[in-house]
Design a protein around this ligand. Structure first.
Ligand SMILES: O=C(O)CCC(=O)C(=O)O
Ligand SMILES: [Fe+2]
Length: 355
């Protein structure tokens, strides 16, 4: 039988050596001090308990930040802890329980430990990882992880931001400009692109490519594409967050002095081009101040033909790159068209940012 019971509320990303370290520490009950990305520290109250009981009032910040290292005896722990199994085999009248009237289970559990004189400890001797926030994780979604940009930022960025995204901001680096005032940046990972397409195809309700579009306020689209809007697949809030957090800083680098936070975009959609469906898009202006056009798959691998042509400059971008976006003014100078796809299927993600 296992000697320890390991409890987590949510999913803890504990490293194996951390677990080994905790297991060998000899205490009956111990909680690693864990961070939850973007939220308060887990076991924070344990640390506050430590300050209240044993330390100066400012010490808990030092404990949380790791500038003091050690193990502290605390009156309360929660979320993630390790308990010796022997504690659950105590004599009658000394049982450990997580049930007490209308008290929350974690409160009741700690109370019961205190009642029988079992000490609880918080440890920050090692950097212990963090907790995943499971509150909005919806397993009924296709690829629920991709929906987690607001709730599990750290995991989400590791999975879905392009590996070269941060390199966009290296000082003195000139952004790529394949056509005049058309900028080109790595934004999303291959996994993002694949899952984004999967979500659209699983939903499957592509527009019919006609001028009548009930999804639009006026019910009319002059230059229709076969597309799915983000609000049809529950990704509007997430996509607008991506625009604000990851696209806006790129825009501010290249269109200097243009600052709108958050960026406003009511048109956010994935376009599908196929030779036998809609292969191309006739020349047009977008209803945007600037447009972003993110390549979700790869020319000469997933499809042939395709690309975006800017008529004023007689300039095309055909060799679009997976997860890279094109950013260009929407009107006046950047009259453009979608070039015909001759085989396979091309997918792009479009936003009309205005303002
Ligand atoms: O096919 C392209 O790259 C252009 C798409 C486009 O201009 C649009 O959807 O407004
Ligand atoms: Fe366009």
């Amino acid at each position: 039988m296992c000697d320890y019971l390991f409890s987590v509320d949510g999913v803890a990303r504990l490293r194996p050596q951390t677990l080994r370290h905790l297991l060998s520490s000899g205490y009956d009950v111990i909680a690693p001090l864990l961070a939850r990305p973007g939220q308060a520290w887990s076991n924070f109250w344990g640390a506050i308990g430590a300050s209240g009981y044993y330390a100066r009032s400012t010490d808990y910040m030092d404990i949380v930040s790791g500038s003091i290292r050690g193990i502290w005896n605390v009156p309360f722990i929660t979320n993630c802890y390790l308990v010796k199994m022997a504690l659950f085999h105590t004599p009658k009248g000394q049982e450990v329980s997580y049930v007490k009237e209308d008290v929350d289970p974690d409160m009741a559990f700690c109370n019961s430990l205190r009642d029988i004189g079992v000490m609880m400890y918080v440890s920050n001797e090692e950097d212990l990882g963090h907790l995943v926030n499971h509150e909005t994780f919806d397993v009924s979604r296709t690829h629920p992880d991709v929906y987690q940009v607001l709730d599990n930022k750290l995991e989400w960025e590791n999975r879905y931001l392009h590996k070269d995204y941060l390199a966009n901001f290296i000082d003195g680096q000139k952004p790529r400009m394949p056509c005049p005032d058309v900028y080109w940046f790595p934004l999303m990972s291959p996994r993002f692109c694949k899952e984004w397409i999967d979500i659209m195809e699983a939903f499957g309700q592509w527009s019919d490519g006609s001028n009548n579009d009930k999804r639009l306020e006026g019910g009319y689209e002059a230059v229709p594409t076969r597309d799915i809007h983000m609000n049809q697949v529950g990704l509007e809030r997430q996509w607008l967050h991506i625009l604000k957090e990851y696209v806006r800083p790129l825009q501010e680098m290249v269109f200097t002095g243009y600052y709108h936070n958050p960026p406003v975009s009511i048109m956010n959609f994935v376009v599908r081009y196929r030779p036998d469906e809609q292969p191309s898009l006739r020349p047009h202006h977008d209803s945007s101040t600037y447009t972003i056009n993110l390549a979700l798959n790869t020319p000469n691998v997933d499809y042939t033909g395709g690309g975006c042509h800017f008529l004023r400059y007689n300039c095309s971008v055909r060799d679009t790159r997976l997860g890279w976006l094109l950013m260009h003014p929407g009107r006046l100078t950047h009259y453009h068209e979608g070039l015909p796809v001759t085989g396979g299927t091309r997918y792009i993600m479009i936003s009309f940012v205005d303002p």
